[in-house]
Design a binder for this molecule. Structure first.
Ligand code: CA
Length: 150
């Protein structure tokens, strides 16, 4: 298993590689808004584990192993973002998915994927769910923030 930080590097490198022929260390630093030394260190670790290979100076290419894991990481992130939008969470969807992807286990994410898929296949049920949400909200029901001042 990669660390959450290395997973994020690989995820971003894979996402970047889908629309760009060449992946440079500087591109990834810009995408993730991190320093060049941090990217270089991550890339060294990922290439040591055979997820990446250096092509030439400061350019990297994903290996088959890297592509396989990268695809999974991008998919996992997408499923969680879809879920958060589906349940109409008023959170910062990308930040929340980012936190969830490193915490939830694969069985839980697969169940979430099934739920999202179910709602896509049965829009009439999804409609019911949204109506239920709306009713509860207008009735003032739901978890109260215990940190709020009384
Ligand atoms: Ca991520």
């Amino acid at each position: 298993m990669l660390s959450p930080s290395l997973e994020d590097y690989l995820e971003e490198i894979y996402r970047f590689s889908l629309t760009n022929d060449v992946v440079r260390v500087t591109d990834i630093a810009a995408c993730l808004d991190v320093s060049l030394p941090s990217v270089s260190s991550a890339i060294r670790k990922l290439s040591r584990d055979n997820y990446l290979a250096y092509r030439r100076y400061k350019e990297v290419a994903l290996t088959d192993k890297g592509k396989r894991l990268g695809r999974f990481l991008v998919e996992r992130n997408r499923i969680l973002q879809d879920f958060l939008r589906m349940i109409r969470s008023e959170c910062d969807v990308s930040a929340e998915a980012e936190a969830m992807e490193h915490y939830l286990t694969l069985p839980t994410i697969r169940s979430i994927e099934n739920l999202v898929n179910f709602m896509n296949v049965h829009p009439e049920w999804y409609q019911k769910l949204i109506e239920h949400f709306t009713e509860r909200k207008s009735a003032g029901k739901g978890l109260m923030n215990g940190y709020d001042q009384a």
